[in-house]
Design a protein around this ligand. Sequence first.
Ligand code: KIV
Ligand code: ZN
Length: 517
Amino acid sequence: MSKNRVIIFDTTLRDGEQSPGASMSLEGKLQIASAFQDLGVDVMEAGFPAASPGDFEAVSEISKLLKTTVPCGLARAVKNDLEKCVDSLKHAKNYRIHTFISTSDLHIKHKLQKTKEEVLDLIKYSVEFAKKNTDDVEWSPEDATRTDPDYLCKTVELAIKCGATTINIPDTVGYALPGDYERIIKDLFNRVPNIDKVTVSTHTHNDLGLAVANALAGVAAGARQIECTINGIGERAGNAALEEVVMAMKTRHDLMPYETNIVTNKINSCSKLLSNIIGFPVQYNKAIVGKNAFAHESGIHQDGMLKNSQTYEIMTPESVGVNKSSLVMGKHSGRHAFKEKLANLGYFNLNEDKIDHAFNKFKDLADKKRHVFDEDIAALVDDDLMKNNNVIKLISLDVEAGTKGQKAKLELEVYGENKSTEQSGDGPVDSIFKCIKEIFPHDVNLQLYQVHAVTEGTDAQATVSVRIEEKGRISVGQAADTDTLVASAQAYINALNKLILKRKRSAPSDKDYSAAI
Ligand code: KIV
Ligand code: ZN
């Protein structure tokens, strides 16, 4: 590998999934894994196999699916975690084990309640255990940026001696400034024997909005792997955003002459896919993938753009897969064109049945809506994919709304049985949700109800996101329809279906990393 090649280690399915409310179904994870492999991710942290049976299954299925991307699992320095990691990854030809333990005084004393000597013993134990099973071993000193520099050097030296091939330096709490982070990495290069024989990696959190800046500072100091997530999702304020680090190095190649394997024109579809699967909308002004990232509203800017797009654009929208002339499909478009469109939007792996189903839905939509935009097609396909294997299905919905009161009449299929009810509430959405609760009794907190128009115009499809919480388990549902009320019912039902799946898996409410060792 050339000395300027930067490995992209994607942790959307592990650190990203630790974002409150971002948990994904197995099917969603497999779709993401396949799309991110096509995106050109080098290593994919598929999960934390010991966290729950669901995580174990996901890592195992992903390790069977990946061919060009190396699958990786996370493990604390405990036998059970390490064994589960090996077990879940064993189907892959090559795999990586990522093992970690805290090294800062604060974590060692209060979280681990151990001595520094005991931590050194556990580093030796965990790295050697991993090395017996695979050559590709990554080790992380958790809370590295708040660790005593001498002790950090000692731990890194030991991990390398025991066989680690990648040393990752987490800014676990997003505390470092770019200058600090650069200094920490340089210090390791200057002081740790054999550090030039391994890959040094960045893992930066965004609590101060500096995750991307810190990751790039790490690369400037000699790191050649960046751990990141699409849309920057992750614990608390998230991780460094893959799309931002990659496009920063590509756009400012003059100052950062580094290469990655990322096929940048697939970035936008991966961002949309993830956003639809977890139900987190992408912030409008988000760099690279936000709806406004390539929009020009002011007259002066529009005038400049018409004369020469470089006046106000530092990269082309096409380079990240944003197609500005997205109005192409209509009621006369055929299946072949539709299939091509799906591939352009990043849906490469749909089987013929799924394509047929999506095509029929597209035709229905084209009957209701004059212009069908790329966003509409993506919304309907994602909506369709999310509805497989559901316990609760919407059969019909009638709503009365207006100044004289609001009432909903709803029919659902629940575990194969049709049930209906009629309820009135404070508004049509409240009436619908009351009907759902009447037919399928449950006790959850509704944390979020949000409606977005997928495109412009009064005939636009609405995407509705619903977040519910039951005993600490968070479930997010999403649905799209030209009828906002139908989308609302579907989104709520989708959240309930995911919750039922979670209950079945009896996964811990959130991944319990704190119950360490
Ligand atoms: O932020 C962190 O410290 C982590 C480690 C497990 C690498 O995510
Ligand atoms: Zn992290």
